[in-house]
Design a protein around this ligand. Sequence first.
Ligand code: UD1
Ligand code: MG
Length: 415
Amino acid sequence: MKDEHTTLAVSILMSIVAGIFSYKILPKLRETFVRVNLSGRDMLKADKPLLPETMGLPIAIIYLIVLFSFIPFPFINWFEGAKLVHEEQSDFATFPYNKLGEILAAILAIQSMVLLGFADDVLDVRWRYKVWLPAIAGIPLLIFYYTNMGATHVVLPLQLRPYLGELVDLGILYYIYMAMVIIFCTHSINILAGINGVEAGQSLVIAISVIMNDMLYIFNNPDGASLEAHLFSLYFLIPFVGVTLALLYHNWYPARVFVGDTFCYFAGMTFAVVGILGHFSKTLMLFFLPQIFNFIYSCPQLFRFVECPRHRMPRFDPTTGLLQCSTVRLNDKKPTRFLGNIMIKFLHAIGLLKVFQYDKNGRILECNNLTLVNLVLAYVGPMSEQNTTLSILCIQVLSSLLAFIIRYKLVHFVY
Ligand code: UD1
Ligand code: MG
């Protein structure tokens, strides 16, 4: 464990340096990004200022440089010439190539995602195509998994074991599941977005929660088989926290920079990588509860059962300076599909929809856009942008607490 302490100390040190460097460099890059048209209007301000977008790119590059420089440290003993020369048997025979391969595959997946995210920011790829980008970037990861780990079985809940046994081998379905985790992690952060600080803020809360979970695991099972997996997770998430903190500082209300899709994809892929290679993708999903809710809630619009405008962010009221929930008009440009109407009625019935207008037959004509941010504003009433972000981050923190309770207390009823 002593070696691991040193490696973790190096990781923390590098992350602090990366954070400070990111903090200093972002303001310097602002003009350059605006000059090359990597910019967007801050829609929720009275004067709609033009801000540099895609600031996730420099952040991700700094992160990758940190990881590149960090690669030797988990193997530091193997680089000590004395040990290699003086030991009788060849240590090369047992060099943990699979551990090195794991780190390289993870870096490659994150790097590919950053590249595709940047392409999306520049080209504004349509949703029907960009949905698949994370799966493409995840291919190196899945191939590594196939050749080195290959475990495709899952442990079944206690209640199902009398019928199906303790383990079930999912085979190819497990790879489809992993691809879906990657697609979900990346896009779910990108659609819980649109107000200053929310993309970087939620990613920070998730990263800190996963780090706390790793620490709990390491302290409780210092020699357990999963120690390596949780250390691996720490090596990837500690630098992520470093650079994300700096980005959040500049993206916090009133934002001086936007994070861009590059950051959302980069963050999502980093989480997916540690969850998949660390074998804790189900626990990871527990830290995505607000994103899971936001995704399911958004489905009627994402799958076009209900009209989905290009932007679903809240609406800015210039007279009060507060945000209100933005709305969608049903049957406006084209008639809302039969299933869409049923979904809307269902959401209304369970209290998850605020209706703004009915037609003379009592049918819903206008309701809030189906996102968590709009739902909070619909219930709580108009709020400043900063308080709206804080509310979402509070929900994220409370969900993390719930996730820990489920993971460490309630789990015994099921596993
Ligand atoms: C996703 C959401 C969209 C939301 C957008 C906001 C879905 C299906 N898509 O689209 O509804 O409006 O994110 O990021 O849910 N912006 C701000 N303030 C912010 C952040 C962003 O005004 O704090 C605006 C800026 O004009 C910026 C733009 O949003 O240029 C970025 O939107 P983009 O990331 O391209 O939208 P999508 O990810 O496609
Ligand atoms: Mg986006």
